[in-house]
Structures are given as C-alpha cells and as structure tokens.
Design a protein around this ligand. Structure first.
Ligand code: NAP
Length: 281
C-alpha cells in the first residue's frame, strides 16, 4: 500500500512520509539528499513546522523540494503562540518563504494554545480560500478537542490530526483513531519509532519484532511502521536524516503483516489503560 486518501483533503498521500524534527542537526547536504532520496522512493508526504530548528528545518525542506514541488504533499505547522487570526497568516507567509513555495498542501495547528480555536480556524479557512493552503488540520488533539474544532468548522474541513503513535504508545487506539475514522480525518502517527526509544532487540517486545521481521525478510523498523499503518486511516512520518534509513522506511510500505503477526505485536506491546490526557512529546 503506497498511498491512501488523506481525509478531507481528498488527496491520495503516501502512507509513509518524512518527518523533519531535528533534521538540521545533520550535515545540510546529507539531510537534503535524504529528503530527495525519500521522494525518489515515494515518501512524498513531508512534514515540517516553523518550530523545528526555529525555521531551519523548513529551509532544508525548501532546498530538498526545489524543482520537485508538485511531487510533494507538503505539511507545516503554526505554533500555538502564533495562532491568532493575523499571527497565523504571518506565520504561514514566513513558512512559505523558507520553503520557497507559494502553497502548503496542509497546514496544522501544532497543539492547542492560548488563542481561541475559532480564530485559528477562521485564519485557516481564509488562507484556504486564497489558495495559500490547500487543506488544514490539527495536531495533538483528543476527541474532545476534535469535536470542538468540528463544531466550529463543520464536517469535512479537518484533513488530519497528527498525534503520537508508536509500538510503546498506543493510547490513540482507545478513542482518537475510531473518532477520526468515523469523521473522515486522517491520523498521522508522529514519532513512529518512539523518537529515541525504539524497542531494544533483546527486550521482550524486541524478540517478537525480530521474529516477525525475520519471517518477512524485513527490518524491525519496517515491521514497526507496518504495524502502525495497519489501520486504514493512519499515516506515519518517520524522521530519517540518513538515506539508508529513508530507503528502508520506504520499503515498509510493502510489508504486509498477517492477523497472527498483529496479534503477537499487540500482545508484546500492550495497549494499556486509557490515559486521562492524550500523550504528546
Ligand atoms: P522518529 O521518527 O520516531 O525517530 C527518528 C529516529 O529514528 C532518528 O534518530 C532516525 O535516525 C531514526 N531512524 C529513522 N529511520 C530508521 C530506520 N529505518 N532504522 C533505524 N533508525 C531509523 O522520531 P521523531 O522525529 O520524533 O518523529 C517523526 C516526525 O514526526 C518528526 O520529525 C516530526 O516531523 C513529527 N513530530 C510531530 C510532533 C507534533 O507535535 N506534531 C511531535 C514529534 C514529532 P536518522 O535521523 O539518523 O536517520
């Protein structure tokens, strides 16, 4: 499975994309090459944010997508502290400049902050009308936040909700994934490898991962991604500054886990009880 419909955006988007948080820590040419290599391998969904490296990640993305803008489903995010009606517009203009483009495919509110949701949504709708963003979404929203946003915007407006989701943190399975599926909102799994906490090979879960990976001729990371995208509305955006990693992640789109594999992974990485608030990093 290479692409699926991205909620209200109505677009088909690569199920696995590319994150860019801390990508500026890599040598610039290496990071640019990794992102471009990702595009070559079908990882055309690129996720960035004004926050990442205080704009540096966006400039790296801008360099990577130069001459290839039409291949990319480009997503960036406004910081909550900028998400007033005028602030959102100002933040978008700055992001577009750094990205050297005239539009985003999707613009997200990074998390909820001090401004009223209605203000940010109004700004998103205006920018959409002007063609500066083609769709908009949210991030780190639980079902209550989503219901509030939908009450303001109406059905069919919120393209996605980007949330924390990896083998060790499955909280969104309790309510967010079903809610989003019911309302045609794409779920984008961030930190799909646990940011910096991927299961150790010699841990209980690591043994199960390794066993399944071996049976599929795949890597542990590929199995981890295949597990997340088993839901029909879920996308994943691993960050990889190394071309080798990017190529490996792209091939995860061809790993088809069996029901038995999924049951074993669900047991090895238990869902846990429903937390009182949505986990985020
Ligand atoms: P992540 O994707 O879970 O993990 C990134 C780490 O995994 C990097 O150290 C990377 O190494 C390594 N890696 C990538 N592919 C690998 C592979 N095939 N084998 C082994 N290691 C591999 O962490 P993340 O950056 O936190 O999350 C991904 C993206 O989600 C972010 O970059 C960002 O775009 C987004 N995000 C959004 C939010 C939000 O609030 N909306 C929060 C967090 C993250 P190399 O870089 O050395 O290749």
């Amino acid at each position: 499975m290479q692409a699926r419909r991205f909620g209200a955006s109505g677009r088909d988007v690569s199920v696995i994309g590319q994150g860019t948080w801390y990508i500026e820590h890599a040598e610039r040419a290496v990071a640019v090459a990794a992102l471009r290599g990702g595009l070559d391998h079908g990882l055309t969904h690129i996720d960035t944010a004004e926050m990442y490296g205080s704009g540096q990640a966006e400039t790296i993305v801008g360099e990577a997508i130069a001459g290839r803008r039409d291949e990319v489903f480009l997503v960036s995010k406004v910081l909550p502290s900028n998400a007033s009606k005028v602030g959102t517009r100002r933040a978008l203009e700055a992001s577009l400049k750094r990205l050297k483009t005239d539009r985003l495919d999707c613009y997200l509110l990074h998390w909820r902050g001090q401004y009223k949701l209605s203000e940010t949504i109004e700004a998103f709708e205006d920018l959409k009308e002007e063609g500066k963003i083609l769709s908009w979404g949210v991030s780190n929203f639980d079902e209550e936040d989503l219901a509030e946003a939908m009450a303001i915007a109406g059905r069919g407006k919120i393209a996605c909700n980007q949330v924390l989701y990896h083998l060790g943190e499955r909280a969104i399975e309790h309510g967010v994934i079903p809610w989003c599926r019911q309302h045609d909102i794409a779920v984008v799994a961030y930190s799909p490898f646990g940011h910096s906490g991927f299961p150790a090979r010699n841990s209980k879960g690591g043994y199960v991962l390794a066993d399944i990976a071996k049976a599929h001729g795949a890597s542990l990371h590929q199995v981890a991604l295949a597990f997340l995208i088993r839901h029909p509305s879920v996308f994943a955006i691993p960050k990889a500054a190394r071309l080798m990693h990017v190529e490996e992640n792209a091939k995860a789109m061809n790993v088809e886990l069996s029901k038995d594999d999924i049951a074993r992974l669900e047991e090895a990485f238990p869902l846990g009880v429903r937390p009182r608030s949505l986990p985020m990093i």
